[in-house]
Design a protein around this ligand. Structure first.
Ligand SMILES: Cc1ncc(COP(=O)(O)O)c(C=O)c1O
Length: 370
């Protein structure tokens, strides 16, 4: 008999027992596990939510003309990329896009069944393959956490529906070379999907989009969640290869995937403003530095990320769950063990609490000795 499909455990649910342990700490838990923003979106975004007049009718699935124009303006302003409004479409935050993509690509290419993704990465790339009944094939990462595309077996490339890349990367903070990924995809006839939701948070130079290599065969996926602290509003967009964007947006329209009208207006307003992003970047830079210093005092070397708001910290003696447990018990600080992302031996620390709470967490971490 075929085994019935069991819903896989949700990674962060596995932290529930340790959250209770951390919450028992005097002063309560400082939760640095899930990468959920804590700072407010710009006031103009909140105003826009109440001003769209779009509540009564259905919104368009592809996204309003003004949202798509705001997205193309941003791509031009930020990266010098020229994309037309038909090369862009809205998504309901990007997690649903990542999770549902393999299913939609498989309908188009039933002869293919494989999703390639970085071996150490955001778990939803692999989960999208699982949910579509496809093969999730991790691509080896090197010592700097960059994908080693030379290691992909020819047989896997021939079966690939897509390759996911993510730079700056969750959880490692590494910045990868998108030109190499785009060239590999074009040479192998594999569409490359580039998850760029942390592109505004780079610490060693400007961020890049895969669209700088041209739009053919590639799709960049962008989220308002991190850039503009809008994770609760669920807004993102994807842009790139016109044929792929059109195909996906047609299927997503059938599936009823729509960003609510008020959120579409608010997302456009957010994309038109860069000032709040500069403020946010400074907040994360400061919080990351405070946390790194605290780990250093405790005897743990937490390398500086090249991007994102995460520290990817080697666990003492390689024991990530042991490290997570000690931080929860003795410091009331909740972090994520690396096996959530495909790598034992590390923990991910998200700088996503108000700076005063980060300072508090830092004082508690400094009091430990590893
Ligand atoms: C790499 C990566 N991609 C996508 C997402 C999903 O973000 P959202 O669905 O809020 O756009 C996240 C969220 O943490 C992420 O880290």
């Amino acid at each position: 008999m075929v085994e019935p499909f069991q819903p896989p455990p949700y990674p962060y649910d596995r932290l529930d027992p340790l959250e209770a342990v951390a919450a028992a700490h005097e002063g309560g838990v400082v939760d640095l596990s899930v990468g959920t923003p804590c700072d407010p979106p710009p006031p103009a975004v909140v105003v826009a939510l109440g001003a769209s007049g779009t509540e009564a009718g259905y919104p368009t699935s592809i996204g309003s003309a003004s949202l798509r124009a705001a997205a193309t303006d941003w791509l031009r302003r930020r990266f010098g990329v020229d994309a037309g409004v038909t090369d862009v479409a809205a998504c309901v935050g990007t997690k649903e896009f990542v999770a549902s993509l393999p299913q939609l690509l498989r309908l188009r290419r039933p002869d293919r069944d494989t999703v390639l993704y970085p071996a150490v990465s955001y778990p939803t790339y692999a989960m999208g393959a699982v949910l579509a009944g496809c093969r999730a094939v991790p691509v080896t990462v090197d010592g700097g956490w960059h994908v080693d595309l030379g290691s992909v077996a020819e047989a896997d490339a021939e079966r690939a529906l897509c390759l996911w890349v993510n730079t700056p990367a969750n959880p490692t903070g590494a910045v990868d070379d998108l030109g190499t990924a785009a060239a590999w995809g074009r040479a192998h006839g594999v569409p490359v999907f580039s998850d760029e939701c942390y592109v505004e948070f780079t610490w060693k130079g400007p961020g890049h989009t895969i669209l700088e290599t041209g739009l053919d065969g590639v799709v960049a996926v962008h989220s308002l969640s991190k850039r503009s602290n809008m994770a609760g509003l669920r807004a993102g967009f994807y842009a790139g290869d016109a044929e792929l964007v059109h195909y996906l947006s047609e299927l997503r329209k059938h599936a009823g995937l729509m960003v609510p009208g008020p959120v579409q207006l608010a997302a456009g307003v957010a994309l038109e403003d860069d000032e709040h992003v500069d403020v946010q970047r400074d907040r994360y830079r400061e919080r990351l530095a405070v946390l790194r210093d605290a780990f250093d005092v405790a005897g743990v070397d937490a390398p500086a990320p090249e991007g994102t708001f995460y520290l990817w910290v080697p666990a003492p003696e390689g024991d990530a769950w042991g490290f997570t447990e000690r931080l929860a018990k003795e410091a009331g600080v909740l972090v994520s063990p690396g096996d959530f992302y495909g790598s034992d031996g590390y923990v991910r620390v998200a700088a996503v609490q108000p700076t005063a709470r980060i300072d508090q967490a830092a004082r508690r971490i400094e009091a430990l000795t590893f």
